[in-house]
Design a protein around this ligand. Structure first.
Ligand code: ADE
Length: 228
C-alpha cells in the first residue's frame, strides 16, 4: 500500500474524489480514505498545515495501514530561479529549517534523536516522479526542500534558508513526514508544485496560484503512481 498525505483541502480534494471504493476511517479527526487510485492500493489523508499535524497524521497512517511508501503531494514556495510557478520540486532530501539547538553546541537544524540534518527521500521513487513529470509535460527538478512551521514571505528569510541549507523550495509538512518515515524505515517521497516566490513582493500570489499548483502536483502524482 502507498500512503498519500496532503496538507490542505485544495491539495487533497481531487484525490479523495478519485479514489475507487473508498473505505473511510476517521482517527483523531484525520480522515483516511483507503482504496484504489491509478491502479494502486492507496490510503489518502489530509494532514492539515504544519509539522505537528503532519507528524500525528503520518505516524497514525503508518501504525494503522503499514504503507511501504508515503508520498507527500502539494504546493511549495520557490527558493530558486530554476523553479517557477507551477514547476515541481521533487524531494531529494528534507531539512527542517526551524530547528535550532546551536546554543547547546549542535549543528543548525540537527533533528533530535535522529542526529541528522538532512532527512532522506527515496531515490528510486524520486526518479520515477521526475520521469512521470516529464511524461505529462511538467518541468520538475530534484530538490532539497526546507520545511518549517512558517510561511516564508520575505527576501531575508528566503536568503537565510538558501545560504544555510541550499534548499530550492520550502513548505510546512514534509520535514515531519520524512522524520516519521525515517524512524520507522519507511520510504518517503515529496512532490511539491510551486505556488509562490516566497519573497513577499507579489501580493496575493499564493492565493492566486494555490489551486493551479495543487492540481499540477496531483497530475504528476497520478502519473508517478501508474509507474510505481
Ligand atoms: N507553501 C507554499 N508556499 C509556501 C511558503 N512561501 N512558505 C511555506 N510554505 C509554503
Amino acid at each position: 500500500m502507498i500512503g498519500i498525505l496532503c496538507a490542505m483541502d485544495q491539495e487533497v480534494a481531487a484525490l479523495y474524489e478519485m479514489i475507487q471504493q473508498p473505505e473511510i476511517t476517521e482517527i483523531s479527526g484525520y480522515r483516511f480514505a483507503a482504496g484504489r487510485l491509478a491502479g494502486k492500493d492507496v490510503v489518502v489523508a489530509k494532514c492539515g498545515v504544519g509539522k505537528v499535524n503532519a507528524a500525528i497524521c503520518a505516524q497514525t497512517m503508518l501504525l494503522t495501514y503499514h504503507p511501504e511508501l508515503v508520498m507527500n503531494s502539494g504546493v511549495a514556495g520557490s527558493l530558486s530561479e530554476k523553479l517557477r510557478i507551477c514547476d515541481v520540486a521533487v524531494g531529494q532530501d528534507i531539512v527542517q529549517h526551524d530547528i535550532d539547538t546551536t546554543a547547546c553546541g549542535d549543528e543548525l537544524a540537527l533533528v533530535p534523536e535522529l542526529d541528522r540534518v538532512y532527512l532522506p527521500c527515496d531515490g528510486e521513487t524520486a526518479r520515477v516522479i521526475c520521469r512521470a513529470a516529464e511524461k505529462v509535460g511538467v518541468h520538475a527538478l530534484p530538490a532539497r526542500i526546507a520545511s518549517g512551521d512558517q510561511f516564508v514571505s520575505s527576501p531575508e528569510k528566503k536568503r537565510w534558508i538558501v545560504e544555510h541549507f541550499g534548499a530550492m523550495a520550502c513548505e510546512m509538512e514534509s520535514g515531519a513526514i520524512a522524520q516519521v518515515c525515517c524512524r520507522s524505515g519507511v520510504k518517503c517521497a515529496v512532490i511539491r508544485a510551486i505556488s509562490d516566490s516566497t519573497d513577499g513582493e507579489h501580493a496575493m500570489e499564493f492565493e492566486k496560484f494555490l489551486q493551479i499548483a495543487a492540481d499540477q502536483s496531483v497530475k504528476v502524482l497520478l502519473e508517478a503512481l501508474k509507474a510505481l
